[in-house]
Structure formats: structure tokens, C-alpha cells
Design a protein. Structure first.
Length: 196
């Protein structure tokens, strides 16, 4: 069932037979519900934030480790959810868990060279690896938002909601990050906006 059909079937109907307008639950409402044990609320949280968590991890660790680490981050968040003092601050709290999990992962000893690691994700192309290396070389303030935009396909408002940054900060970080990325990759933008 497509998302549109799922929404159409899930909307409550008023007495007149027209769908009632329901607002999407705020993150604070979802966090409170999840703290109370509502697994559906936590599933919604996961759906809203897994892309941002993946981008944060990808800015620091090998791509092949990200999927497992995303799961670790959300398991930790579920376990520590009662400790969230301000439900509105959840996005920043979750991103901090992701950053800390990446640092912990990088401290672990690496497997011996030559041991092939299993992977379920497609192997990035040489161009994708080159861009990822260039993004990881950017200042930290730009790395995560650039990966949220370029890898996860998130828009500015979605990045702001996922990170706790203001929309203005996201716009500035994306603009400056893209400029630095183009410089690193040797991409020249002409006056009419075309890349060469």
C-alpha cells in the first residue's frame, strides 16, 4: 500500500463524511508517548530521524558500518528515552548519541587486513567514494548537513527539524559546504549556474 493510500485509509472521518484534518504529531508529543511505552510513537521517531542519524554516522565512520550503528543509536535512544528532560530537544540529543556512537566505534580495534567483511549495502562507486572523502574533509559544521542533503536527500527544513539547527543556519552551512566541496572537487560554476 502506498503512503498516500495508507494516509487516506487512516484518516478519521467526521459525521459529514469528509476527512477531518489531523496534524502530524510534534516530536515532543512523540517522545512523551514513546517514553510511556508507545512503540508506534518510537517507530515514527525512527522513520523521521534514521536518515539524519545515518548521515551523522557516515560523516565519521566507514559506509559499511553505518547500518549497524544506526540500529545501535536507536536502541540506545530507546533505552535512555526516560532521561530526556526536554522532549523538544530530542533531535539534538539523538544526534549527540549518534556522534558519540561513531567516536566509540572508531576507538575499537579494526579487523585484520585482508579479512573480507560481509556487506548487504551496495558498494559505493569510485566517484561516490571520492565525494565522500571530500565531504569528510570539510569542517565539521558542514559535513553532517551536506550528507543529509546529498546522501539522504533531505531538504533544508527537514535537516533543521532533525538536527535542532535553525533553518537559517542550515542554509548557510549547506551554501558554504557546497562551495568548499566544489572547490575540493575542482568543479567550476559558471555565471549561469552550470557546473563545468
Amino acid at each position: 500500500m502506498t503512503a498516500a493510500l495508507a494516509i487516506a485509509f487512516a484518516l478519521p472521518r467526521s459525521c459529514e463524511g469528509r476527512p477531518r484534518v489531523t496534524e502530524e504529531p510534534t516530536i515532543a508529543r512523540l517522545v512523551r508517548a514513546a517514553r510511556g511505552g508507545d512503540r508506534d510513537a518510537f517507530t515514527t521517531i525512527y522513520e523521521r530521524f534514521h536518515g539524519a542519524v545515518h548521515a551523522v554516522l557516515l560523516s565519521k565512520v566507514r559506509w559499511m558500518d553505518c547500518a549497524d550503528l544506526v540500529q545501535d543509536v536507536f536502541l540506545t535512544a530507546w533505552q535512555r528515552l526516560p532521561s530526556v528532560r526536554d522532549p523538544d530537544a530530542f533531535p539534538g540529543w539523538l544526534m549527540a548519541i549518534a556522534r558519540n556512537r561513531a567516536v566509540d566505534h572508531l576507538r575499537k580495534p579494526r579487523p585484520v587486513e585482508g579479512v573480507e567483511e560481509p556487506s548487504v549495502d551496495p558498494v559505493p562507486t569510485a566517484d561516490a567514494r571520492r565525494v565522500l572523502v571530500a565531504i569528510r574533509a570539510l569542517p565539521e559544521a558542514y559535513r553532517e548537513v551536506m550528507l543529509m542533503r546529498l546522501v539522504e536527500g533531505m531538504g533544508g527544513p527537514e535537516i533543521a527539524a532533525s538536527t535542532g539547527l535553525t533553518p537559517g543556519s542550515v542554509r548557510v552551512n549547506l551554501h558554504r559546504g557546497m562551495k568548499l566541496l566544489r572547490e575540493q572537487l575542482g568543479i567550476v560554476v559558471t555565471a549561469d549556474g552550470d557546473d563545468t
